[in-house]
Design a protein around this ligand. Sequence first.
Ligand code: SAH
Ligand code: DHB
Ligand code: MG
Length: 222
Amino acid sequence: MSADDTRELLREIDEYIDGLFGPSDEVLEATLRDSRRGGLPEINVSPNQGRLMQLLAETAGARRVLEIGTLGGYSAIHFARALPEDGTLISLELDEHYASVARNNVERAGLSSIVEVRVGDAHDLLEAMIQNEDGPFDVIFIDADKESYPEYLEASMLLVRPDSLILGDNTIRGGAVLDPQDTTARATREFNERIARDPRLSGVVLPLIRERIDGLTIARVV
Ligand code: SAH
Ligand code: DHB
Ligand code: MG
């Protein structure tokens, strides 16, 4: 099979899955529409991955979730929907404009009392959260700048308890992680290796398809 055929097959499988569950609800559609109108990059998780993460949070009985990288709030809405009414999702975002688009999307979803978007560099915000003993979180989703994944993992380890889940997005990146010359993928590779080796974590790297193959790393704190 040629590379083009493979790409086409991946796209068709992705469409098949979205078709099974779609058309997705209006709140999610509106979230993506307003994110596009606001000029945000279209790098939110896929609908299927959103459902998977919501299911994981529900299965974990999560009450407190931390997200690193909000964008327009698409993944945040999935997590928030998994939480009870008195649950909390704190989502960290560097870009003030993205954060304001996300807050509007969360508001429309009726989830403002659950979701708090904090603006700033996640490195600093995480440091402050550790100092303030803001943890533990039941689920932490790492999805911001890929170079910082190892540092975000280190910070996350100080904000969890046994049985918490740590999720990392984009951990296959179309196979970029296989290429030792790819410097941007180096940190992602290190992230996966740390999760595989750390005796405090029990993890898997789950390949996911979209137009290309990417991955979600899922680790449970033992
Ligand atoms: N989780 C979102 C997608 C996040 S995209 C979803 O699936 O819907 C990655 C986000 O991380 C972008 O919005 C980007 O602005 C943000 N980001 C990048 N570097 C950051 C940093 N150092 N601190 C906080 N956020 C950062
Ligand atoms: C891309 C996808 C992501 O999920 C992300 O967090 C950052 C970038 C991308 O496809 O470029
Ligand atoms: Mg991502």
